[in-house]
Design a protein around this ligand. Structure first.
Ligand SMILES: [Fe+2]
Length: 405
């Protein structure tokens, strides 16, 4: 390991849910019709009034707790073991009602094709289907971590680093929903890859300080030959100095506008990390200070929107997270059809622009509803490959073309 330089840091304000709850309630209310119709039809044999009351009660059970659920997600100030189970169960109901319009439409098409179209029956089948899909997303897919290997040619990579392996984790969100035990399992899965380097690209926590020790235990369990490094994400700025100190005591170093030299003989790879774009003051110039001339740069930057600035500065590979791949995506098309497309040009996976590349990790934990569909949590092994002279230099520019292996 080589020299380290520190850059400017900035204290930041906490965010609160605010009008976000009302927005979610409005959107959810717009999806409730199929669920209300299905519940009414199920209860109607007991009388129309009972059916109407059951439908109203279901709508209330979906809409009313949204405020409490959002506050629960934002307030990991104290440990909340029992209410986390309640929160996940609520998410199951919430996501069922939100998915129901899509599954009801599919059911209606299916019934129409079979010449048995009944909108009431379509609502019943649709809501049952939505419950199955939501159950899969909340209880199965969210916890079903995939291992992924990405090989990437780095222009100018010294031969000594050809085949260098980085295990990449991101967005653990250790807290009341994604607990210490799950995070430890992710670290053990990463350790099984026996990588040269382990990195975490931010959002180690969701909010608050109550889970600092759990996060430090999980990150501290990571092992790699050249060490464990992280950058901070927008969710980590709650007592972040204390968090970084706890991580350091367990052998993991947070790079805050600073970098380290990783050496193989006389060759150097510069690993840099910056503060978060939203909550900190990223200073790439500081993070590159002390870098030997010509050493290729791997940058840990939580938010992929930093990629154009990294590319301009000559960063070979930017590792990011932040998007969670939208948590909801069309299966097998996660880099093209995901909710995170609405917030960034680099929603998930590998992108290249000229000689620069960015890999956006889909994350391991969740924020918002505890669900993942089509956007699997992942442990990623990134293998750096030297570029043979005369070939392999990416030529795409502008928006960048996608290249996943
Ligand atoms: Fe995150």
């Amino acid at each position: 390991m080589g020299s380290v330089s520190r850059g400017r840091r900035r204290k930041t304000r906490r965010r609160t849910p605010g009008g976000y709850v009302r927005f979610l309630q409005l959107v959810t209310a717009g999806t409730l019709a199929p669920t209300a119709v299905a519940v009414f039809r199920l209860a109607a044999p007991l009388g129309a009034l009972v059916g109407a009351l059951a439908a109203a009660a279901t709508a209330t059970a979906v809409l009313a707790p949204i405020g409490a659920r959002v506050r629960f997600g934002f307030q990991d100030e104290r440990r909340a073991r029992s209410s986390s189970t309640l929160a996940v169960l609520f998410d199951l109901l919430w996501m069922t009602s939100m998915l129901a319009p899509v599954t009801t439409l599919l059911a209606a098409v299916g019934l129409a094709v079979a010449h048995r179209l009944s909108l009431g029956a379509a609502c019943e089948v649709g809501v049952a289907g939505a419950a199955l899909v939501a159950g899969y997303g909340v209880l199965v897919r969210r916890r079903w971590v995939r291992r992924r290997r990405v090989e990437l040619e780095i222009p100018g990579l010294p031969a000594a680093f050809d085949g260098y392996r980085i295990v990449h984790l991101s967005d653990l969100h250790v807290g009341s929903i994604d607990r210490r035990e799950e995070a430890l399992a992710w670290s053990h899965a990463a350790n099984a890859l026996d990588a040269d380097l382990a990195v975490i690209t931010g959002d180690i926590l969701t909010t608050g300080t109550a889970y600092h020790d759990d996060a430090a235990d999980a990150v501290g369990a990571l092992r790699a030959k050249d060490g464990v490094f992280a950058c901070l994400g927008n969710h980590d700025y709650y007592g972040e100095e204390e968090l970084c100190a706890k991580l350091a005591r367990r052998g993991a170093r947070v790079l805050r506008n600073e970098g380290v030299a990783i050496t193989r003989g006389r060759e150097t790879l510069w690993l840099a990390g910056i503060e978060d774009v939203w909550r900190g003051a990223p200073d790439l110039r500081a993070a590159l200070r002390g870098r030997p001339e010509g050493a290729p740069i791997v940058l840990l930057a939580h938010n992929p929107d930093f990629f154009p600035r990294a590319r301009e500065a000559g960063v070979s590979l930017t590792l990011s997270g932040h998007t969670h791949a939208g948590q909801l995506a069309v299966p097998f098309l996660v880099s093209r059809a995901t909710l995170s497309h609405f917030v960034t040009r680099w929603p998930a996976g590998l992108f290249r622009d000229g000689a620069a590349s960015i890999f956006v990790h889909a994350g391991l934990g969740t924020t918002g509803p505890a669900i993942r569909l089509g956007a699997a949590p992942e442990v990623v092994e990134i293998v750096l490959k030297a570029t043979p002279s005369g070939r392999g230099r990416p030529t795409a520019s502008g928006r960048g073309h996608r290249s996943e292996r």
